[in-house]
Write a protein that binds this ligand. Structure first.
Ligand SMILES: *[C@@H]1O[C@H](CO)[C@@H](O)[C@H](O)[C@H]1NC(C)=O
Ligand SMILES: *[C@@H]1O[C@H](CO)[C@@H](O)[C@H](O)[C@H]1NC(C)=O
Ligand SMILES: *[C@@H]1O[C@H](CO)[C@@H](O)[C@H](O)[C@H]1NC(C)=O
Ligand SMILES: *[C@@H]1O[C@H](CO)[C@@H](O)[C@H](O)[C@H]1NC(C)=O
Ligand SMILES: *[C@@H]1O[C@H](CO)[C@@H](O)[C@H](O)[C@H]1NC(C)=O
Length: 813
């Protein structure tokens, strides 16, 4: 390979030097004082002899001029190794012409002049030449007339006119042998952008900068790479990939070498006046003023992972019920064959395994891969919709949470697949509560590689036959739009699917606004954010008086071709006049992330892999690091590298904020089978919690007492707090699956306190705060209380009276 490239390069060089010299930006230097001479060419030594055998000198202050003077009595003089000078009247047998770029060493006495290299002589001849290009001479005869008075330095790298803050940083080795596998070569910079005919330093740098990389490298004239200065010293790539064929799984055997500029000598495909690297040589640039800054807190400021409890289930969806217990449902066939696929965890009984877990019954169809939500009815019932396959595809399952801390509930999941079904089969749909209180179910597909389900439907099912609504954009973007991200915004319904987003009218579901496409990966604009390229999306915090339009943040995902996990988050304000996506680098790559909105308005990003796409056996290199995203900080400074876990959380993992302010981290179902094959990551039963820094600071947590937990919009609700001057946050109850936290929102309502008597003004309407159950937290600075569930906006669609079928207990409205 490299031999071929080297040959191609030589050809490029020869062509370059054959171009009339007026077309090149060639540095021409003043001829020497000690008599006229012209550059002859770059020659090899002779076979077992010197090319020029008349006389020689060697010293550290060697220059072209001093060698010319040393060889005043000879026809030719040649410089080698930067400090050696040889004189002669003819060339020894076997001395042949080499590419001018081979003669790359700077002279000891003047580094801007070239003095050959190892086994290469920069040769000059007496007298002024004219006519023929140096590249056309045979090299052994020495009869042709050279054209240049000094060795041409070539066009060189672009050093001026670069994007602000970027500097030329040198010519560097690329494709370094790996430590782990001698046959594998690693690219210094991880992201290769497609070869192009328009490659220039500026175009390459511009793209790298846009995605937050602080280094750009150009190679072979036409290639552009993006990465970071850190990549030069250490392999940034994961070293634990499950895929031995993945070069990113390896580390460098040694840091890349740096070379003289002249070794990076392939003309840029987009501008022949500059050089853009060459074979295995990168012309590289660094962004000295990069605003991308990750925070690396230490100790308790990094939060901590701990084991919550050993599990009995490999969950597909988790959801904390309004009773404080957490429900887990599992894809059938994932866990032990004696399992029921449904469990409830009593967080007050963590130290008593038998009391902590309740095995539940009642699931008749398979929840793989369903949507999950908490309903706004009085009981806070939980629902899952969709699944796989057959009847499961149409599944609608309900659970009325009961019991209390330390007291096991009696209720089970309830399902009547014959009489209560979705209108169309849905695998990987999403669900949300609309502003009018109905349940919206969107998208999915019928089965593996089967037809897309490019439509939506409402629950309870409206009268009038087939009331599904066709969505052409889901048809068009199949199969990368599954589990779309959906949420209420004041002007309608926001939907983010694949790499697109739009706002739909909440009555007709016609598109009322199309957003620009989401940026993907730096090297692939078609990288996407929804299954099976699976990233995660959250609503950003909303603050009283709730007149600002709401923001969204989507992080991670993958690319469909090379399955590079995406290492950025993108955010926008969909209802802004001209929304644009802001790109922010993440500290690491992540496909299948989970994101949890925390009581203090920050977001935890956890779980997932650094390579691959979502699905069974399709990802590797688990990402063990948690990242905290703080939207109140300046763009590009919002991410803090938190603590690390030792538990791989690949496909089917979850992260939900608990009332106690910790984040419950669960799942990982990399193969879909409890009897998983050897050498893969395990089906994961262990449940962890991540304690954010706000719980480890040592500050006392506030407490509060509230009696009215059923709030109308725009009203004043009183509570008492253990401390004065508190803030309140409201977090929507979520069903977590596949990076999708259905129901997630973060609101900061207005609060006033007189001493410890406080009043919170509830959110103004259902378009700011859709009807439902929210966790109320009181915050003293960053430190949250233990939360309590409150219901906001009632049950306007009367879900509490649905479904009127035998077997379903109804809470009423
Ligand atoms: C080094 O060589 C260059 C090119 O010949 C010349 O312009 C420059 O003046 C020299 N520098 C010194 C210090 O002699
Ligand atoms: C299910 O079987 C496993 C052994 O495969 C056993 O450890 C576990 O206790 C059983 N669980 C239940 C709920 O019976
Ligand atoms: C309902 O309409 C959808 C298109 O929106 C179609 O795919 C589906 O087959 C229809 N269902 C029935 C039962 O006719
Ligand atoms: C909510 O809006 C949808 C779409 O217009 C409609 O089908 C549904 O019946 C509405 N629900 C209520 C409770 O009005
Ligand atoms: C977690 O791992 C990352 C990456 O290896 C490291 O940079 C970070 O310092 C670790 N976090 C802590 C708190 O040690």
């Amino acid at each position: 390979m490299s031999g071929k490239f080297a040959a191609a390069l030589r050809a490029v060089l020869l062509i370059t030097w054959a171009i009339p010299s007026s077309a090149l930006v060639v540095e021409r230097q003043t001829p020497a004082k000690s008599g006229a001479y012209t550059f002859y060419g770059c020659q090899t030594e002779a076979t077992n002899a010197r090319a020029l055998s008349g006389k020689s000198t060697a010293y550290d202050t060697m220059t072209v001029e001093s060698c010319a003077s040393d060889c005043a009595a000879y026809t030719y003089f040649g410089l080698e190794y930067g400090r050696e000078c040889y004189c002669g009247n003819s060339f020894g047998t076997g001395s042949v012409s080499a590419p001018v770029s081979d003669c790359s060493f700077g002279c000891g006495g003047n580094s801007t002049e070239k003095c050959g290299a190892g086994n290469r002589l920069s040769v000059y001849s007496k007298g002024a030449g004219s006519g023929t290009s140096s590249s056309t001479k045979s090299g052994t005869t020495g009869t042709s007339a050279p054209t240049s008075t000094t060795q041409p330095s070539g066009p060189g790298p672009q050093k001026t006119g670069l994007p602000a803050g970027w500097v030329y940083s040198g010519c560097m080795q690329d494709n370094i042998p790996s430590k782990e596998n001698a046959n594998t070569q690693i690219s210094v910079f991880p992201y290769k952008l497609a070869d192009s005919t328009t490659n220039t330093a500026t175009s390459c740098i511009t793209q790298c900068q846009k995605f937050g990389f602080n280094a750009a490298g150009l190679e072979y004239g036409s290639q552009c790479f993006c990465g970071d200065v850190q990549n030069i010293k250490v392999a940034s790539a994961p070293t634990t990939s499950t895929n031995p064929n993945d070069p990113q799984a390896f580390t460098y055997s040694a840091p890349p070498a740096t070379y003289d500029d002249s070794q990076c000598n392939a003309a840029c495909s987009g501008n022949a006046n500059y050089y853009c690297g060459s074979g295995n040589r990168l012309t590289y640039y660094t962004w000295t003023t990069s605003p991308v800054k990750f925070n690396f807190p230490t100790g308790s400021a990094a939060g901590s992972y701990s084991l919550l409890i050993g599990g009995v289930v490999v969950p597909l969806i988790t959801n904390q019920a309004i009773t404080g217990k957490v429900t887990f449902v599992e894809k059938s066939g994932t866990g032990e064959p004696n399992g029921t696929g449904a469990y409830e965890l009593d967080l007050s009984q963590i130290n008593n395994f038998q009391n902590a877990w309740r095995q539940m019954t009642g699931l008749k169809t398979d929840v793989f891969c369903a949507a999950g939500l908490t309903l706004p009815d009085k009981a806070g019932r939980q629902i899952t919709v969709g699944g796989w396959s057959g009847q499961s595809n149409y599944g609608i399952r309900l659970y009325w949470p009961d019991g209390s801390a330390g007291v096991k509930g009696q209720n089970q999941w309830t399902e009547d697949p014959t009489n209560l079904q979705l209108q169309v089969p849905r695998w990987y749909p999403s669900a949300m509560i609309m502003a009018n209180g109905s349940i919206l179910v969107v998208g999915g597909e019928i089965g593996q590689n089967a037809a897309e389900q490019p439509n939506l439907e409402i629950l309870p099912r409206p009268a009038g036959g087939n009331t599904t609504v066709y969505l052409d954009f889901l048809q068009r973007t199949a199969p990368f739009n599954l589990y779309p991200f959906i949420m209420v915004v004041p002007s309608g319904i926001f939907i983010l699917y694949y790499n697109e987003a739009r706002i739909l009218d909440e009555k007709t579901f016609a598109t009322i606004k199309t957003l620009p496409n989401l940026p993907g990966a730096v090297n692939d604009p078609t990288g996407g954010r929804t299954y099976q390229l699976q990233g995660s999306m959250v609503a950003l915090p909303q603050y009283a008086p709730f007149t600002d339009p709401i923001g969204v943040l989507a992080c991670g995902g993958s690319t469909s071709g090379a399955s590079y996990s995406i290492d950025n988050c993108v955010s926008t304000v969909p209802e802004a006049a001209n929304p644009a996506w802001t790109i922010e680098r993440m500290p690491s790559r992540r496909v299948m992330p989970c994101m949890a909105g925390l009581p203090d308005g920050t977001y935890l990003i956890a779980n997932g892999g650094q390579h691959g796409v979502a699905g069974f056996g399709l990802a590797g290199a688990p990402n063990y690091n948690a990242v905290l995203y703080d939207p109140t900080k300046p763009v590009n400074q919002r991410m803090s590298v938190m603590a690390n876990t030792t538990v791989a959380r690949l496909y089917h993992s979850e992260a939900i904020v608990l009332l106690d302010g910790r984040v419950m981290i669960s799942g990982s179902d990399p193969t879909g089978d409890y009897n998983q094959p050897a050498n893969s990551f395990p089906e994961e039963y262990r449940v962890e919690v991540f304690s954010p820094p706000y719980l480890l600071s040592g500050l006392a947590r506030p407490t509060f007492t509230i009696t009215n937990k059923d709030w109308k919009y725009g009203s004043a609700i009183t509570f008492t707090s253990s401390v004065t001057g508190v803030k309140v946050s409201l977090l929507g109850s979520v069903g977590s699956t596949h990076g999708n936290s259905m129901g997630q929102r973060t609101l900061f309502p207005a609060v006033t306190c007189s001493g410890t008597s406080c009043t919170v003004t509830t959110p103004p309407n259902a378009h700011v705060c859709p009807p439902g159950w929210y966790m109320m937290f009181v915050l003293n600075g960053p430190t949250p209380s233990v939360g309590q569930f409150v219901r906001i906006g009632g049950d306007p669609a009367g879900l509490g009276n649905w479904p009127k079928l035998t077997g379903f207990a109804l809470p009423g409205v």
